[in-house]
Ligand binder design. Structure first.
Ligand code: NAI
Ligand code: 15L
Length: 269
């Protein structure tokens, strides 16, 4: 059985999605603990604001104490050198799940990314069983996050809700986002679903109910996610806004695929 958590930690609380959720979660829980390495607005009623570098094991363990659920948004959110990705997303994930285990946390909602599967072709319709096919170091770190979530779920019983987020912005910025976009309202809906649903380990896609979705999100719907928006509303605004590179336009990861790409993409099945 599952219960709605009353003490929630958000990592990456200073970031775009963290700030958006903080505003929407105000008053929803007994405690909302907000952690980030970057500055955050002072704590309001029912909030704690805690500086934390995910690369620091002891600090991460401390923020995981007396918490029911973690919404793990913190980390490097785009492609970066190994040193950055390693510290924020690999070591950060290890510290977070170890902290969750030691702190007795019931569930972790993990902001994975479509870049964990970015080297699948746009003609492939993936569902939650699709294996990772990362399009870079960042995407690989998200695949690692999904795997560590699975280990700690199946071996240690920490529920994990891995959200392969597409593009979560106020509105779609280009043609690709007609497939990958998730509205802020739907992001809140997805996270509230992950906080309340009964599961042990799940992968879902973080998208709105997009007409042109790359992904079959039946698993998220099964768990109770009911998105209300569709990027199609913005189709006229982004018409013709292609990336304009044949490799980027062929693969789901779009512009993350091309940097450092070498040779003939036909080698990718
Ligand atoms: P963001 O870059 O605005 O926020 C990430 C936050 O993590 C920042 O406030 C940053 O200071 C913090 N952070 C970075 N390194 C850290 C460290 N070593 N220790 C502690 N905090 C650290 O990114 P955004 O857009 O808010 O995304 C949130 C999460 O969702 C990220 O994990 C990102 O990878 C994921 N995601 C976001 C998508 C989007 O469209 N916004 C799409 C796919 C995944
Ligand atoms: C991501 O993983 C990034 O965090 C975000 O900035 C977007 O670029 C998004 O993917 C995307 O693929 O549109």
């Amino acid at each position: 059985m599952s219960r709605i958590p009353s003490r929630v930690l958000i990592t990456g609380a200073a970031g775009s999605l963290g700030r958006m959720l903080r505003a929407r979660f105000a008053g929803s829980f007994d405690l909302l603990r907000l952690a980030d390495v970057a500055p955050m607005a002072p704590a309001g009623k029912g909030e704690e604001v805690v500086p934390c570098d995910l690369g620091d094991e002891a600090t991460v363990a401390a923020i995981c104490k007396d918490i029911d659920a973690i919404v793990h948004l913190g980390g490097q959110a785009t492609e970066a050198p190994w040193s950055v990705v390693h510290k924020a997303n690999i070591l950060g994930a290890i510290h977070l799940w170890e902290g969750a285990l030691k702190g007795g946390v019931e569930r972790v909602l993990f902001a994975s990314s479509n870049h964990a599967v970015g080297l699948w072709r746009r003609t492939d319709v993936l569902n939650h069983t699709a294996p990772a096919r990362p399009d870079g170091r960042y995407g690989l770190s998200k695949a690692f996050g999904e795997d560590i979530a699975q280990l700690y779920a199946y071996k240690h019983g920490i529920r994990a809700f891995c959200m392969r987020i597409g593009s979560c912005f106020p509105k779609p910025a280009d043609h690709r986002m007609l497939s990958t976009w998730m509205s802020y309202d739907d992001c809140e809906r997805l996270i509230r679903t992950g906080l309340g649903a009964d599961y042990i380990y799940e992968i879902v896609y973080g998208i709105s109910r997009n007409t042109r979705a790359f992904w079959d999100n039946a698993n998220a719907y099964r768990l109770g996610y009911d998105p209300k928006d569709d990027a199609e509303t913005y189709a006229d605004e982004v018409a013709g806004k292609m990336i304009g590179n044949p490799i980027a336009d062929a693969f789901q990861g779009g512009g993350f695929v091309t940097p450092e790409f070498v040779g003939d993409p036909s080698r990718i099945p």
